[in-house]
Design a protein around this ligand. Structure first.
Ligand SMILES: [Fe+2]
Length: 402
């Protein structure tokens, strides 16, 4: 089977790299940019330092600091029109996954007007996005190295993905200084999102030895750094957490994502479950669901987590799940939705809403319990399977099925 691997984004990482952001962008001949961020970021000393560095490099800056949770279709289209009207040459995103998704979508629509709606799907727009320079301020989404961006359409409450080889970020700046002051809960949710990217990337039909190698490296870095990064903010651990998040996305950006992300989508859109909690609570259940289909991958994952080889497939899986559960406890991450979010009146309805999957495939008609969720997940899941996975996530830990 033919496979390809894309990773054209220039990654600059390490303590202090943000000091060079102005000169790096100016060296490309860029002089007018839109900075996309949110109101929590603008008072931060590192943000002020970024603006200083851009000013010193002779770069004129327009700012959009209205980003909220999720990138929203209306703001993306409005800001893209602003970029075009002002002949701005590039977009700089400074923030978490929602901000970076907004920045990327704006850069796409600025070259492919008038709306991101028309760019939805995989590789559905003809022109290369504007240059993008991204500074992640959480260690989680890996959006800074991803060709894809996730946008919410408030008119119908749905989220959809857009992107392709023409929308890779130009440079990602990974500086652990940005993690020094983020709330512990946000740090934990972001870190588990990153770990989910790495683990899911190993269980898709597009996974290759190349993507598995990256995913395993990311899993190792993240398992060793997350607890320390979340609880103490030690700079070395924060740097590993940031780099692990980016590497995880290099893996899943090529191998794609599996069921945890596909099934989280309707929970996020309809029940307002934060993305990282949605995918992280689903993750152990999805790993257990996938394990019979790919026991060798579970062993590889266990090795990446630093676990000794267990005796038999069931023991290896149990070790993996126990270690994951221990990590969740160490950083205060929930094991289930029970007590955190209201259980939807119909899990079957949520499962049917998951049918198009993360990449927006149209579900076959008519929908039945055996209809398959559109996903490159290594094991096919029906609406009935998805309903059972959701049910397990809404059960208390002592009744969980894993
Ligand atoms: Fe994610």
């Amino acid at each position: 089977m033919e496979a390809s691997f894309l990773m054209p984004t220039h990654v600059i990482h390490g303590a202090g790299v943000l000091a060079g952001i102005g000169s790096a962008i100016a060296a490309m001949g860029i002089r007018r940019v839109l900075v996309v961020t949110d109101a929590n970021i603008t008072p931060q000393p590192f943000y002020v330092a970024i603006l200083d560095a851009l000013d010193r490099a002779g770069i004129r800056v327009s700012v959009y600091d209205g980003c909220r949770i999720d990138a929203h279709l209306d703001e993306v289209d409005e800001q893209a029109a602003r970029v075009s009207a002002g002949s701005l040459e590039a977009v700089i995103g400074v923030g978490g996954g929602s901000v970076l998704c907004a920045a990327k979508a704006i850069a796409i629509v600025a070259r492919n007007p008038p709306t991101f709606r028309a760019c939805a799907g995989v590789a559905r727009f003809p022109h290369r996005a504007l240059p993008m320079f991204l500074v992640p301020t959480t260690a989680g989404s890996g959006a800074e190295v991803s060709q894809f961006t996730l946008v919410k359409d408030d008119a119908n409450g749905a989220k959809f993905v857009g992107g392709g080889p023409l929308s890779f970020p130009t440079i990602a700046f990974l500086d652990p200084v940005v993690l020094a002051a983020i709330p512990a809960r946000l740090a934990a949710i972001s870190a588990i999102d990153a770990l989910t990217h790495a683990m899911e990337a190993m269980f898709t039909e597009f996974a290759t030895p190349l993507t598995d190698g990256l995913a395993m490296t990311a899993i190792g870095l993240l398992m060793r750094s997350i607890t320390c990064a979340v609880t103490t903010r030690a700079p070395d651990a924060c740097a590993d957490n940031l780099l692990g998040s980016a590497i995880a996305n290099m893996a899943c950006g090529n191998a794609r994502l599996g069921l945890a992300h596909a099934l989280s989508l309707p929970l996020e859109a309809r029940c307002h479950v934060p993305h990282g909690i949605g995918v992280g609570v689903l993750l152990p259940h999805v790993l257990a669901f996938n394990a019979p289909e790919a026991p060798a991958k579970v062993r590889m994952m266990a090795a990446a987590m630093g676990l000794k080889a267990g005796d038999g497939d069931a023991a290896v899986l149990a070790d993996v799940l126990a270690t994951l559960g221990q990590l969740y406890d160490e950083i205060g991450f929930p094991h289930h939705f029970d007590g955190h979010f209201d259980k939807p009146s119909s899990l079957r309805e949520i499962a049917e809403a998951a049918l198009p999957g993360l990449y927006g495939m149209a579900p076959a008609e008519p929908v039945t319990a055996s209809s398959i969720i559109a996903s490159p997940n290594i094991r096919r899941a029906s609406v009935e399977d998805a309903s059972a996975l959701y049910a397990a996530c809404f059960e208390s830990l002592d009744r969980a099925r894993i």
